[in-house]
Design a protein around this ligand. Structure first.
Ligand SMILES: C[S@@+](CC[C@H](N)C(=O)[O-])C[C@H]1O[C@@H](n2cnc3c(N)ncnc32)[C@H](O)[C@@H]1O
Length: 268
């Protein structure tokens, strides 16, 4: 089953957008000169920024597999899903559980423009794309309810999203509203930026994003921990993405810690 929502919003190429800058870091083609310019500025200050983006993508893949294996969850709500990049979350989930149901949400018109790629799933499963802002959690829950059964556990994925939402813009309220809507046995999968490992370069990166009109916030270990209040953290807790169930063999993570924490918490 596939469906999408339309929203005739314009792609603004006069200023960088997080989804497109991230696509540039990942070597994608769905970005514009303004996005590349900001990406290059960040990379000139923090040469391994593309490695951090790749590590984040790989965290999404590992976390999705671990959640499927260790919790049995078969429903995913992925907010801030980004421009489709293979393997997408539903491809990972449905390769393990063909009946997995996935709802993607993003607020960027470029993601909507490419959303069809997020909807080619298995016939047994379901995927849906909802164009919405994370700061409207009730709207997201309403849109997701046509595909997800909220009486059964859901994995809420907020991967590399919350550093674009400041506390004063409702970051904690949106997480609380979404987690409150989940039944026990559900989980929160989260990655978010931190300055704990590389304060100087992260500070410069934030200044570059801010100068381009993009809100970006780094959070400490304790501040990330607040998003998990009332949830039981899976081992190994809140760690650099590279240390969260690190992959072995050819896929092993290169380099040291990255400037993003990752964690999974279970609702009891
Ligand atoms: C860095 S990308 C991460 C993409 C994907 N989750 C991943 O980790 O590979 C962040 C995404 O969050 C989206 N985003 C940022 N703020 C948002 C908001 N307030 N509501 C919905 N999406 C948002 C951006 O458009 C972008 O696609």
């Amino acid at each position: 089953m596939t469906e999408t929502e339309s929203a005739g919003r314009r792609i603004d190429t006069s200023r960088p957008h997080p989804a497109r800058v991230y696509d540039w870091f990942l070597g994608g083609k769905d970005n514009y000169p303004v996005d590349e310019e900001l990406g290059r500025r960040i990379t000139s200050m923090q040469a391994d920024a593309p490695r951090h983006a790749r590590a984040n993508r790989r965290f999404m893949e590992r976390a999705t597999r671990v959640v499927l294996r260790e919790t049995g969850i078969r429903q995913f709500l992925d907010i801030g899903s980004g421009i489709p990049t293979e393997p997408n979350l539903h491809q990972i989930a449905q390769s393990v559980a063909p009946d997995a149901r996935v709802v993607y949400v993003d607020n960027d018109p470029i993601v909507l423009a490419h959303a069809k790629a997020l909807l080619h799933g298995t016939p047994e499963g379901a995927t849906r794309y909802v164009q919405a802002d994370a700061r409207e959690p009730e709207r997201i829950l309403e849109g997701a309810a046509s595909v997800l059964d909220f009486d059964r556990p859901v994995a809420l994925s907020l991967i590399a999203l919350l550093h674009f939402v400041a506390d004063e813009d409702g970051a904690h309220e949106l997480v609380d509203t979404l987690v409150d809507a989940l039944t026990p046995g559900s989980c929160l999968v989260l990655s978010a930026m931190t300055a704990d490992f590389d304060p100087e370069n992260v500070r410069k990166g934030i200044a570059a994003y801010t100068a381009s009109g993009v809100t970006l916030v780094a959070r400490s270990h304790a501040e990330i921990g607040r998003f998990f209040k009332g949830l039981d953290l899976m081992e190994p807790g809140i760690v650099s993405l590279t240390d969260w169930h690190p992959s072995a063999g050819e896929d092993a993570e290169e380099g040291g810690p990255v400037s993003l924490y990752g964690a999974v918490g279970i609702k009891r």
